[in-house]
Ligand binder design. Sequence first.
Ligand code: CA
Length: 246
Amino acid sequence: MPQTRLVVVEDEQAIRRGVVDILRATGYEVTEAADGVRGYEEAIKTGVDLVLLDLLLPRRDGFEVLLELRKIRPTLPVIILTARGSEDDRVRGLKMGADDYVVKPFSGRELLARVEALLRRVARPQEVERARLGPAFIDLARREISWGKGIRGDLSETESAILGYLLCHRQRAVSREELLTHVWGIEPSGLETRTVDMHIARLRTKLRGPAGCAMPEAILTVRAHGYMAAPDLLPLESKKTREVSA
Ligand code: CA
């Protein structure tokens, strides 16, 4: 199995060194960058599995890097590094498609836990591989939505995992805490539940499709409880099931 490749984009040398050292000691292959321009160049290289991205960076800030990165590698796992107290930055980063965030100052253990949880989520096979939503076809394994006539969209790892989880439990509402535990693999806390809301909002926007597409609602909000797959979001028989039953 090839070694997992991580890119660390952080301008503060002491923090960067600490992060790189702990990741290397754990066995990851790590490339580092001290500014946004270099960071972007490293992040788009083939074979990169995850990016740790600081937001306040010289030459090109983290938001800009994230925006450009999402255009080219929409599914690449990205964890943003944010400063304590800057909730707006965290929310903005999540809205722009970051998978998770770590607040500075963080411990090595905390950082590793977030990295490992995200990598696990990426590696985990989807129980539901394909789904249908009105006229659209969703390939969860490939993280792709197709509206036909060559119109396609991409889902991030996290978005695909959320949809997969809601589809697996489509007969009931799923709480934000449950999503944090099963999709993010982290201990839920009050602050974190907003992370879930950000991702659901982004996912809904993506699933609405290009202008003019009459798309049904994919995810319902269940008051005081959480979210639920809408009746129009339907799982399709997976390849694996077909092979087994054939
Ligand atoms: Ca910085």
